[in-house]
Structure formats: C-alpha cells, structure tokens
Design a protein around this ligand. Sequence first.
Ligand SMILES: Nc1ncnc2c1ncn2[C@@H]1O[C@H](COP(=O)(O)OP(=O)(O)OP(=O)(O)O)[C@@H](O)[C@H]1O
Length: 119
Amino acid sequence: MKYSLKKQIRSFGYAWKGIRQCVGKEQNLSFHLITTAVVIAAGFFFGITRTEWIVIILCIGVVIAAELFNTAIEKLVDLVSPERHPIAGQVKDIAAGAVLVCAVAAAIIGIIIFLPYLS
Ligand SMILES: Nc1ncnc2c1ncn2[C@@H]1O[C@H](COP(=O)(O)OP(=O)(O)OP(=O)(O)O)[C@@H](O)[C@H]1O
C-alpha cells in the first residue's frame, strides 16, 4: 500500500475529532484535564527538573489515553448492549478500573515528585 500524506493528515483529523467529542462531555475526562492544568502550573511554579517533566508528561498521557479508551469502550458497550446485561456492566467496570489504576499510579508519582518541593 502506498503511503499517502493526505490520508495521514486526514487520520490525525479523525483522531482530533474523537478527542474533541469527549472534551466537555465526559465528566471524568474534564477532571483529568483540570488536574493536568494544575500539575503543569505546579511544575512551572516549582521549576521541576527535565526528568521530572518527562515522568509527569508520561503520567498525563497515560491517564488521558486510558480515559479515552474507557469512553470508547463505554460507547461500544452502549451500542452493542443497549439493554442491561451483567457482562456489559462488567466490561464497563473493568475499563473504569483500568483508568483508576493509571490515575492512582500517577497520583503517587505526583506526590513523590512534588512533596520534596513543599518541604
Ligand atoms: N448495559 C449495561 N448492563 C449492565 N450494567 C450496566 C450497563 N451499562 C452500565 N451499567 C452499569 O452502570 C455503571 C455506570 O454506567 P454508565 O456510566 O454507562 O451509566 P449508565 O448506568 O449507563 O447510565 P447513564 O449513561 O445515564 O449515566 C457501569 O459501571 C455498570 O456497572
């Protein structure tokens, strides 16, 4: 298959459309975005190191990506199982659990990075 720059740019457009569809509509994503803004502001305020920025950016990326995957799974479940079904509920809960694992890990990393600047 021939590589097409036009097709590639169009794919980025679809991905951006997917992100925009969630922003402001998904309560959990809004929470993660507000937290992201606070963490970035704190990073500049405390003048964290280059390595600390890399870790923070990685954490932010992982949590937001997990939340987007979770939203996609929720929508897919609603599409294939509009009626209540125990497995549909389990799928949603497991996906939400994956986000929680990422968010808790990111919060612990945030504490490890920022605590020394506060003491
Ligand atoms: N199709 C379903 N079958 C069984 N349980 C479900 C289903 N959809 C959601 N649930 C359960 O409800 C929880 C909340 O799901 P979700 O956030 O999608 O809200 P909802 O119950 O579908 O209602 P709403 O979309 O109006 O908020 C899920 O984590 C799951 O435990």
